[in-house]
Design a protein around this ligand. Structure first.
Ligand code: CA
Length: 224
């Protein structure tokens, strides 16, 4: 049985097909909902546009090198905890990875149990840290689907309203296209108008400023 909110979403960026396939099986078996990218460009795109609880990132990748991908995620405000997995395992390499914004660093070859234990720890810490997401006028608590309003009070959101706002709030700098939001938040819907409807709902419930319209592109979190 899937418990809503309990799925742990993991992004795996690894170009070695054998290792990627093995990790996909292992991590899926451990209850992670895994998406894979085989090169840095795809990994960068997924990390910028989707929400993950944790990412496993190789360093030597086609198209864009792993630490470059990481630096660009961080520059865009992506706070997903990242474990770098690399054949480069001397102390200077580790320091480089941690300085680039990685939370953890594991050298290849690695022990599978150790990898799993480290990933569980990263997810746990991230969930504890990031329970409350800043939004204009308050803090979003995805666990209770409420906005804790600055100056007091709480406003309840529906599941979809909360998913929508959480998607924006986890990537506060990112502008999302309407089709992207349809895909991310309303996977079972076909009418793109549902995106605008939910922007209307959120503004009515919270404030006009909570979602910013970026003309001709889409929406992003308001910057009030
Ligand atoms: Ca590689």
């Amino acid at each position: 049985m899937t418990v809503p909110g309990a799925r742990r979403r993991l992004l795996l960026v690894e170009d070695d097909p054998q290792l990627s396939g093995m990790l996909l099986d292992l991590l899926t078996g451990e209850g992670f909902d895994v998406e894979t990218a085989r090169d840095g460009q795809r990994g960068l795109h997924l990390g910028l546009t989707r929400s993950y609880d944790v990412a496993v990132l190789d360093r030597g990748l086609p198209a864009i090198e792993g630490l470059d991908v990481l630096g660009r995620w961080r520059a865009h405000g992506v706070d997903t905890p990242v474990l770098v997995l690399s054949a480069l395992g001397n102390p200077a390499d580790r320091v480089e990875g941690l300085d680039a914004g990685a939370e953890d660093y594991l050298a290849k070859p690695f022990d599978l149990d150790e990898l799993l234990a480290r990933l569980r720890a990263l997810v746990r810490r991230h969930r504890e840290d990031a329970t409350l997401l800043p939004v204009p006028g308050g803090l979003l608590d995805p666990g209770t689907r409420e906005v804790v309003v600055d100056g007091g009070g709480r406003i309840s959101l529906s599941e979809r309203e909360c998913d929508f706002l959480e998607t924006l709030a986890r990537h506060p700098v990112q502008v999302f296209g309407r089709d992207q939001l349809l895909d991310l938040v309303f996977a079972d819907a076909e009418d793109i108008g549902v995106v605008d409807t939910y922007v209307y709902y959120l503004r009515r419930k919270l404030s006009r400023e909570v979602v910013e319209t970026v003309r001709g592109v889409g929406y992003r979190l308001g910057r009030a």
